[in-house]
Design a protein around this ligand. Structure first.
Ligand SMILES: NC(=O)c1ccc[n+]([C@@H]2O[C@H](COP(=O)([O-])OP(=O)(O)OC[C@H]3O[C@@H](n4cnc5c(N)ncnc54)[C@H](OP(=O)(O)O)[C@@H]3O)[C@@H](O)[C@H]2O)c1
Length: 265
C-alpha cells in the first residue's frame, strides 16, 4: 500500500500511448464486427439459375457520379434504353437518342416513382461525400427506390455498396480497416450496412455489388468476383469502368442473384 502523503507514480508516456493505441484498435475491430453483423450475410450459395431474358429499359441512379457515368455510357453501348435520375442534368454530359434524363432527388419519393415508370431493371451507384456526420441518404434513398420498384413491378435491382460490410468485413485491407473506416467513414459505412439490409430484406431480385477501392482507370474487362475476394491485408482496387461492366452483367445473368459478390482486380 502507498504510504500516506506519497504522490501516485505517473503513468509513463509510452504506457499512455500503448493504452490509447489499444483502445483505438479495439474500437476499429468493434466497428468492423458491427458492420459484419449489420450488412448482408450470405445464407446460401449463388443461385446458378439459367440466364434470364435481357431487359431493354434500365434506370440508373447516381448517373452523374464516377461509376454512374460509366454505367450510362456502357449501358448505351450495350443497346439499352437508359433513364438517368440526376439532381443536376448539366453534370451528366452525355447525349444519346436512347438516353432520357429525369431530374430528381433519391430522397424525394415522388421523383423516384416518376423515373421508375416503364423500367425493367435498376442500377444504383448512389454515393456522397457527407462522411463526417450521420446520414441516411443511402438507406432512405434505397428504400424509396424499392418502394417505387414495388409500385411499378420493376423486378431487378443491382446496387453498388463496398467491400468491408457484412460477410466481407475486413476484406478491404488493413489500411482501410484500421484507419479509413474508423477515422473517416464510420457513419457512412453504418448507412451502407443499413442500405444492404434493406435490400436483402426486400422482395425484388437483387444483387449487391461490393467493389474494392475505386479508380478512374480503364476498363480491363476482367476482374475477380465472388464471396471471398478482397484481402484482409492489402488494399484491393478496381476501376469504376470495370465495376460498371460487372454491374451490367448482373442484369443479364442470374448467377449472383440475391447475393453480395465482392469485385476487384
Ligand atoms: N471511392 C471508393 O474507393 C469506393 C470504394 C468502394 C465503394 N464505393 C462506393 O461506390 C459508390 C459509387 O462511388 P463513386 O465514387 O463512383 O460515386 P460518386 O462519384 O460519389 O457519385 C455518387 C452519385 O450519387 C448521386 N447522389 C448523391 N446523393 C443523391 C441524391 N440525394 N439523389 C440523387 N442522386 C444522388 C450523386 O449525384 P450528384 O452528382 O448530384 O452529387 C452522384 O451521381 C458509392 O456508394 C461509394 O461509396 C466507393
Amino acid at each position: 500500500m502507498r504510504p500516506f502523503g506519497q504522490r501516485p507514480q505517473r503513468v509513463s508516456r509510452g504506457g499512455r500511448e500503448m493504452t490509447l493505441l489499444f483502445l483505438f484498435l479495439s474500437y476499429a475491430l468493434a466497428l468492423s464486427a458491427a458492420l459484419a453483423r449489420a450488412g448482408h450475410r450470405a445464407q446460401s450459395a449463388a443461385s446458378g439459375e439459367a440466364p434470364r431474358r435481357r431487359p431493354a429499359r434500365v434506370l440508373i441512379v447516381g448517373a452523374t457520379g464516377g461509376t454512374g457515368r460509366q454505367l450510362v455510357a456502357q449501358a448505351l453501348e450495350r443497346g439499352y434504353a437508359v433513364t438517368a435520375l440526376v439532381r443536376d442534368p448539366s453534370r451528366l454530359k452525355a447525349e444519346h437518342p436512347q438516353l432520357t434524363v429525369v431530374q430528381g432527388d433519391v430522397l424525394d419519393a415522388a421523383t423516384v416513382e416518376a423515373a421508375m415508370r416503364g423500367q425493367e431493371a435498376v442500377l444504383s451507384a448512389l454515393g456522397h461525400k457527407r462522411f463526417i456526420y450521420p446520414t441516411r441518404i443511402l438507406s432512405e434513398g434505397t428504400r424509396n427506390i424499392l418502394r417505387a420498384m414495388a409500385t411499378h413491378g420493376v423486378p431487378r435491382l443491382v446496387c453498388e455498396t463496398s467491400l468491408g460490410i457484412g460477410d466481407s468485413a475486413g476484406r478491404m485491407g488493413l489500411y482501410f480497416t484500421f484507419f479509413l473506416l474508423p477515422m473517416i467513414l464510420p457513419f457512412y459505412f453504418s448507412d451502407k450496412a443499413r442500405q444492404e439490409r434493406i435490400i436483402a430484406e426486400s422482395n425484388v431480385e437483387w444483387v449487391i455489388v461490393r467493389p474494392g477501392v475505386l479508380t478512374n482507370g480503364e476498363k480491363r474487362g476482367r476482374s475477380r468476383h465472388g464471396r471471398h475476394v478482397g484481402s484482409f491485408l492489402w488494399t484491393v482496387r478496381i476501376s469504376r469502368a470495370d465495376v460498371a461492366d460487372f454491374m451490367l452483367n448482373q442484369i443479364e445473368s442470374d448467377s449472383y442473384l440475391r447475393t453480395a459478390p465482392g469485385v476487384c482486380w
